[in-house]
Design a protein around this ligand. Structure first.
Ligand code: B12
Ligand code: SF4
Ligand code: SF4
Length: 315
């Protein structure tokens, strides 16, 4: 990829704006964001793009919140370039994006109670393939501009591990999104953004200096209605595996369920991605008040009308 001088000049005049637009344009125009076997169905809506400072103290805290093996942005970038972390320049940035699921994808999942909807399942597979293409596009673009850049999730060093609570990785995309101010975790573990919880996310670490986006959340669960005391258990009720309780999300039960509804299940034979082995589920992320909005905004409106009520789906 080689950038025209006018494009390079535009980039240098406002890198933050440019990178955000580049990601939005790529998602909007890429044929890989379309399902060619389904009338070019567009999987992801316009992304949300934010930036975290590489030295945000949260990344050090993740070593105790997640595991000591979880990489800081500095470690992730240095490892990819076979350098020592202290050899990199002082300011690093993490570019984090949210890919909100299209309405018909969400509706396909909302209609189900045991297995994912077909569109959700396609998006789990082909949509994540596109997320990988987007990660590579951002890395290529920054490298072309002369910066160091890496998508930790695509690196050979990316690993998932397991402990007594279930699986975890050495680069959590949702924790990068939290540090970038995209939103918060929830009772179901899902990450609630301004575009809701039904999304996939991705990130790239770079030595391009970008302004850190403000973190407005008051805590790591602040966008979840249950966390603020509202009687919302919609995700608990939706989960066919009883993996969500008032104490949170049981990753082991969830994973066992995901494996059990793989392609051996009769219900998944017709019209799913039979060439893949990943069906997804995400029933807890659809037909819930946090599906495609930050439910705290609705709650604030309802409070102004005189009291907290059960919030209707898509109300
Ligand atoms: C391993 C994995 C799984 C495992 C475990 C999930 C998990 N909760 O970690 C299993 C197989 C169960 C799974 C299931 C699913 N997954 Co998955 N999975 C991953 C993967 C590869 C790594 C996740 C990881 O490292 N987690 C680390 C652990 C420790 O995080 P955690 O338990 O969520 O963290 C908790 C603590 O940190 C806690 N916490 C406690 N104290 C504090 C303090 C602070 C300050 C903070 C910030 C947090 C915190 O908050 C968190 C939430 O409770 C990521 C891709 C990636 N590289 O990020 C996708 C990912 C998490 N999966 C994703 C999805 C969509 C799914 C499914 C919906 C399946 C599907 N596609 O249909 C389900 C949903 C499960 C759920 N309810 O969240 C998306 C999530 C997007 C979203 N909307 O939230 C991701 C990010 C993939 C992507 N690129 O978008 N997944
Ligand atoms: S459905 Fe309700 S309780 Fe569950 S994550 Fe969303 S807001 Fe929180
Ligand atoms: S992904 Fe499915 S099994 Fe896992 S918590 Fe959500 S609804 Fe339950």
């Amino acid at each position: 990829m080689s950038l025209a001088p006018a494009t390079a000049a535009k980039f240098h005049s406002n890198p933050a704006e440019f990178v955000e637009q580049e990601i939005k344009d790529f998602v909007g125009a890429s044929p890989d964001n379309r399902l060619s076997f389904l009338d070019d169905y567009v999987m992801w809506n316009e992304p949300l793009v934010k930036y975290a400072a590489g030295d945000n103290p949260l990344f050090d805290q993740y070593k105790s919140i997640i595991a000591p093996t979880h990489l800081t942005p500095r470690e992730a970038l240095a490892k990819a370039y076979d350098k020592e972390p202290e050899d990199l320049q002082s300011r690093l940035s993490v570019i984090s994006w949210i890919l909100p699921a299209a309405e018909a994808t969400r509706d396909s999942n909302s209609a189900e109670t045991e297995v994912p909807g077909r569109l959700w399942s396609h998006t789990r597979w082909h949509g994540e393939v596109f997320n990988g293409i987007l990660r590579n596009h951002v890395v290529d673009f920054l490298t072309e501009m002369g910066y160091m850049a890496v998508a930790p999730f695509l690196q050979p060093y990316f690993r998932t591990f397991a402990n007594e609570k279930g699986p975890y990785s050495n680069w959590s995309e949702r924790h990068a999104a939290y540090a970038a101010g995209h939103g918060t975790f929830s009772l179901s573990d899902g990450f609630i953004t301004e575009a809701g919880i039904a999304h996939r996310c991705g990130s790239v670490v770079t030595d391009l200096e970008l302004p850190a986006s403000p973190m407005t959340a008051t805590g790591p669960y602040a966008n979840c209605l249950f966390d603020v005391g509202v009687n919302c258990r919609a995700c608990m009720i939706r989960c066919p595996a009883d993996a969500i309780t008032e104490n949170g999300h049981d990753k082991i039960k969830c994973q066992e369920y995901l494996v059990s509804i793989g392609y051996s299940s009769a219900a998944l034979k017709d019209g799913y991605n039979n060439e893949t082995s990943v069906a997804g589920c995400g029933l807890c992320q659809t037909k819930v008040p946090c599906e495609f909005v930050n439910p705290m905004h609705k709650l604030k409106r309802i409070e102004r009308w005189g009291g907290v009520q059960v919030i209707p789906h898509k109300g």
